[in-house]
Design a protein around this ligand. Structure first.
Ligand code: AKG
Length: 454
């Protein structure tokens, strides 16, 4: 629709910026660096640098408009133990932050997660701070822009933070922002996915080498599906935080405009994870496996219910554990085992559960009942194949001698081979009796066997 035209946008130095913010972007709040303790900034900075040094930041392979692409920013997810966050068809598995003061840190990375968790506490209440606090902060020489009045009923229960890192100098092909001409983008226009409705997003920004001359990082905002309202850009200094409150994440889109220096951000979210926690998928597996019974003496397995609805129920769980968890973990989550062993055991257990569900499917499908072990299955296959081969040999022999078994004077080899290959393939998939009956029928149709020979 726009062709080569650009939609206007306003930054802080433009006339009308404050008014545009108040009228069209009121859900956005900026909290200046000075409103957080200096000491916390220092520890968060050290934690971010340690995570980067240890190679924890990795580019994700995501799906954008049916294409698989690597994100320009490198990322790592920290959060509540056992929580995952799904975006652009990719599930990220949290490196756990300390759940409480007693939490041992043997399976996580180490002390690095702690400052990030503290940052979460510091950011979680801000969007509901009242005007009195705001006045105090201004009195302390720390003015925030468009601070929150009231929005959420209480402190946000951030359960994950997606940490981002990008050094623009190391990226040769950053995309230009296409609609407003805002400059190069580190993160393209998007809504944050999979959040609890109306929950805020709180983003802490830390830029390395801030003192160097050059352009700083900015965030861009636009009203979704609107080419009339001007866009907005907001420059961020290192240590600043900004909030997307109320409905802003749904009604608007945001992007990150790369500055000249490397930059981290910690994007705190209340992820909607009713189907995204380890507890959840484990309970789903228990539900599916409750239909499997194992004889304690023989170890033979059987299904408690053969109802189609029950089968459908555990097949759904079987797919869910395979596609939403195991494949996602082997595909991307496993990268983190180098730094964090938290998921290794639970994923092994989920894989075992998945194997048992495979067995359940075979039990349901297999007409021979308890042929749930591979020994029975291979014997069954061998019997089928030898039966078909015997029929074949007998038939050929009888042709050769023009013998007594053959009632057809002029055998038709193409029909015979068709019938034999049909029966052979059936014998691999259907029951022995059925495949033999069909084989016989075919041979009889070909005139190779007469009814009194069988
Ligand atoms: O880095 C930022 O300021 C925001 C990043 C972002 O939008 C995201 O991770 O979804």
């Amino acid at each position: 629709e726009l062709g080569d035209q650009r939609i206007p946008y306003l930054g802080p130095s433009d006339h009308g910026f404050q008014q545009l913010w108040e009228t069209s972007y009121s859900g956005l709040a900026l909290r200046r660096s000075c409103s957080l303790p200096e000491e916390l900034h220092g520890r968060v900075e050290a934690a971010l640098l340690t995570l980067r040094r240890r190679g924890c930041f990795l580019r994700d392979l995501v799906k954008v408009r049916d294409r698989d692409v690597f994100t320009a920013v490198s990322r790592v997810l920290l959060g509540q133990p056992g929580t995952t966050y799904r975006y652009l068809d990719t599930r990220l598995f949290t490196i756990p932050w300390p759940a409480g003061s007693t939490e041992t840190e043997t399976t996580g990375l180490g002390p690095q997660e702690k400052p990030v968790a503290e940052l979460k506490h510091s950011l979680s209440g801000y969007h509901i701070e009242d005007e009195e606090d705001e006045d105090q902060q201004i009195g302390q020489g720390c003015s925030n822009l468009n601070p929150a009045k009231t929005s959420c009923p209480g402190p946000a229960q951030f359960n994950v933070t997606l940490l981002n890192y990008m050094d623009p100098a190391a990226m040769s092909q950053l995309k230009e922002e296409p609609y407003y001409g805002m400059g190069k983008m580190a993160v393209g226009w998007h809504h944050d996915e999979n959040l609890v409705s109306l929950s805020p997003v709180a983003v802490y920004s830390y830029s390395c080498h801030e003192d160097d001359k050059g352009e700083g990082v900015r965030i861009g905002l636009k009203v979704a599906w609107d080419i009339h309202t001007p866009g907005l850009t907001l420059p961020l200094q290192s240590g600043d935080s900004y909030y997307l409150r109320d409905d802003l994440n749904r009604t608007h889109q945001h992007c990150v405009l790369a500055g000249d220096s490397a930059r981290f951000s910690s994007t705190h979210r209340v992820a909607e994870c009713s189907t995204g926690t380890l507890d959840y998928i484990q309970s789903r597996c228990r539900e599916a496996l409750s239909n499997l019974s194992t004889d304690p003496e023989t170890g033979t397995h059987s299904l408690l219910s053969l109802l189609p609805a029950t089968l459908q129920g555990y097949e759904e769980i079987h797919n869910e554990v395979e596609f939403e968890w195991l494949r996602q973990y082997w595909f991307q989550g496993q990268r983190y085992t180098r730094f964090c062993s938290w998921w290794a055991r639970p994923m092994e257990q989920l894989e075992n559960d998945w194997r048992e569900m495979e067995l359940m499917v075979r039990l349901h499908r297999d007409p021979l009942g308890p042929s749930n072990n591979t020994y029975y299955e291979s014997v069954y296959r061998k019997v089928c194949v030898s039966a078909v081969v015997s029929v074949c040999v007998v038939t050929l022999q009888s042709w050769a001698v023009g013998g007594t078994l053959v009632s057809l004077k002029q055998p038709r080899p193409e029909l015979c081979s068709l019938s034999l290959s049909l029966s052979l393939s059936l014998s691999l998939s259907l029951s022995l009796s059925l495949s033999l009956s069909l084989c016989t029928l075919c041979l009889r149709q070909c005139g190779v066997l007469s009814s009194n020979h069988i």
